[in-house]
Every structure is written in structure tokens, then in C-alpha cells.
Ligand binder design. Structure first.
Ligand code: NAP
Length: 299
């Protein structure tokens, strides 16, 4: 039987229209309700961030899932959607490139009118042991773990200010090492552990300063060491034996989202403690803040 070209064309048009309809439906399902709280968890395609995304969705948050790996990110979205609570959408961005962080922030500013919770969690651990440089020319861990979150947070502040009671949680670590301002990019004496520990202390500097800057706003800013050697890719890739679970780490993160925890504090799991001594040196913090504005182009 001969099928006329015009029939094939009209069949194809119907198919395209049907596909558009389905994709519109799926996008519509992934939009927060007007009153629903919205949380962004960087690095929620795996490990601790993934668990925190599930916890937030169970509390009916709409979760902005982020990572580099689209397949794993979409899997988190799918599991949240299947759970029937919350809702989620995945965004891909490599924090080793500032233009991707800016694009990510622009997309969030375009797609949402408010942000209630920002969990700065994405990170690279002490492995690999080699010194890597980002496409912006900075030591990679310092950029991914710290500078890119400094940039993202600044870009998203207008959305956080729209919330009645926003929280920023910086997922740092108990591994903290002084920042040597003559060697921030660790061109000398590099080790993966040192790079990781320096970037994690930088997050605590940022926490204290940002909390002070936002003291008159409805935004609480805190940092934590979630748990030691959780069973995640970061720990396994470093060849360490996991000692705790992401569930234990997520308890600490969630406390900083839901409880009365003040602002500008550093917690080990669920207990407020002092961080590395250098974090309380106002001059060093001011110096890092200024350098971060310069390096991210925010100045
Ligand atoms: N595991 C521990 O025992 C432990 C202890 C203290 C603190 N922490 C902190 O907890 C946080 C989460 O660590 P984890 O153990 O859950 O590690 P993980 O399982 O390796 O997860 C890391 C997450 O960060 C994302 N990420 C890595 N590099 C990125 C990049 N260049 N750009 C964008 N996203 C990137 C990953 O996304 P893709 O996989 O999609 O690339 C992934 O979602 C980190 O900040 C870490 O320092 C962990």
C-alpha cells in the first residue's frame, strides 16, 4: 500500500505535537507549588548531597538537584518524584568553570522566584593526589569546593532574600588547614589533603563573614563537618574505609536547616564547636573575602 508524503508529514507533525505535550506535562510536574519551600543542594547527584535531597523532599521541599553527572542527577529526581512528596529538577554544572556556575545561577534566577535553603555541598576530596588547575587557572579544589560556592551564593542572594527565613549551609570538613596567602594556589608544597583542607577552611571563613554581612536579614549561615569517612565515592576513591553513613551526615545538615542554630557557627555533626584558629582572624578573613571577589570577578 502506498502512503502519500503528505500523510507521512501529518503523522510526523502529530508525533512531534504529542512529544511536546508530554514534555510540557513533565516540566509542569517539576514546578514548585506557590507556597512550597525551595532548596538547592549542590552536588546532590551522589553521596551526602543525594541523601540530603531525599530528606528535604520528604519534608515537602522542592529540591533543585545539581551535579555534573546527568544520569545520576536525573535518577535522584526520578526517585523523589516516585516518592510522591516534594518534587525536584536537575541542573548540570561543572564548578571547575565559573561561566558554568554563572549560567547555573542565571537558570535558577530565571526558573524560581524564591530560594529558602542553599546547601553548598559539592566537592572534590583529597584524591587525586596531583595538582589540577581549573579552566580559570586556579587550583581545582579551591575553585570547586570554595570559590564557585562563593560565587553561586552571591549570585543567588536576591532569591534567598525573597524567603521569610532562609538558610545557607556550607558543608565543610573537620580537615582544615591554614590558608597561606603567599601560596593560595599551592604552587609549592602541594598535596591533595592540603588542598582539600585549605578549601574547607575557606568555606568556614566565608560562613562567618557572610553571616555578619547578612546579620540584619532573615538568612542564617552555618557550616559543618557532617561526619567522618561517610560511605561515599569521595571516601572510597581516597582508598579510605568508610566509618559512618550518609544518613548520619545528613542528620547534621538537616539540623542546620530546621533547628534554632544561630548564625555564623561551625558544627561537628550536631554540636557547635570552634573551627581552626585562623577562622577567627578578622584580617585573614577580610583578605580572603577580597581575594575571592577578585578571583570570581564579583569585584
Ligand atoms: N565523605 C565524608 O566523609 C565527608 C566528610 C567531611 C565532609 N564531607 C563533605 O561532604 C560533601 C559531599 O561529599 P561526599 O562525600 O558526598 O562526596 P561524593 O559522593 O563524591 O559527592 C560529591 C558531589 O559533588 C559533585 N561534584 C564533584 N565535583 C564537582 C564539580 N567539579 N562540579 C560540580 N559538582 C561536582 C558530585 O557531582 P557528580 O558526581 O555529578 O560530578 C557529587 O554530587 C563535600 O563537600 C565533602 O567535602 C564529606
Amino acid at each position: 500500500m502506498l502512503i502519500r508524503t503528505s500523510t507521512i508529514q501529518s503523522l510526523l507533525t502529530s508525533l512531534v505535537l504529542l512529544c511536546c505535550l508530554f514534555s510540557t506535562i513533565s516540566v509542569a510536574q517539576m514546578t514548585p507549588r506557590p507556597e512550597q519551600k525551595i532548596a538547592l543542594v549542590s552536588g546532590s547527584s551522589s553521596g551526602l548531597g543525594r541523601e540530603v535531597a531525599f530528606r528535604l523532599s520528604a519534608l515537602d521541599y522542592f529540591v533543585i538537584v545539581h551535579g555534573r553527572n546527568e544520569e545520576r542527577g536525573m535518577e535522584v529526581v526520578k526517585l523523589i518524584e516516585e516518592s510522591g512528596s516534594g518534587g525536584a529538577r536537575f541542573y548540570q554544572a561543572d564548578f571547575g568553570a565559573f561561566d558554568q556556575v554563572r549560567q547555573f545561577a542565571d537558570n535558577i534566577l530565571r526558573d524560581f522566584t524564591r530560594l529558602d535553603v542553599l546547601i553548598n555541598n559539592a566537592g572534590i576530596g583529597s584524591s587525586p593526589a596531583t595538582r589540577l588547575v581549573s579552566e580559570n587557572g586556579h587550583e581545582l579544589r579551591f575553585q570547586v569546593n570554595y570559590l564557585s560556592h562563593f560565587l553561586l551564593t552571591h549570585e543567588l542572594l536576591p532569591l534567598l532574600l525573597e524567603s521569610d527565613a532562609a538558610r545557607i549551609v556550607n558543608v565543610s570538613s573537620g580537615a582544615q588547614q591554614d590558608i597561606d596567602f603567599d601560596n593560595v594556589m599551592l604552587e609549592r608544597g602541594f598535596s591533595g589533603g592540603r588542598a582539600y583542607a585549605q578549601s574547607k577552611l575557606a568555606q568556614i571563613f566565608f560562613t562567618i563573614d557572610l553571616a555578619e554581612t547578612l546579620a540584619d536579614e532573615n538568612i542564617l549561615v552555618n557550616a559543618l563537618h557532617p561526619a567522618t569517612f561517610m560511605d561515599t565515592a569521595m571516601v572510597r576513591n581516597a582508598g579510605a574505609t568508610p566509618r559512618t553513613t550518609v544518613d548520619e551526615g545528613a542528620d547534621g545538615v538537616m539540623q542546620l536547616v530546621t533547628d534554632d542554630v544561630g548564625t555564623g557557627n561551625y558544627f561537628v555533626r550536631q554540636r557547635a564547636v570552634r573551627a581552626n584558629r585562623q577562622a577567627y582572624d578578622g584580617e585573614d578573613r577580610a583578605r580572603l573575602w577580597q581575594l575571592s571577589l577578585q578571583l570570581t570577578g564579583l569585584d
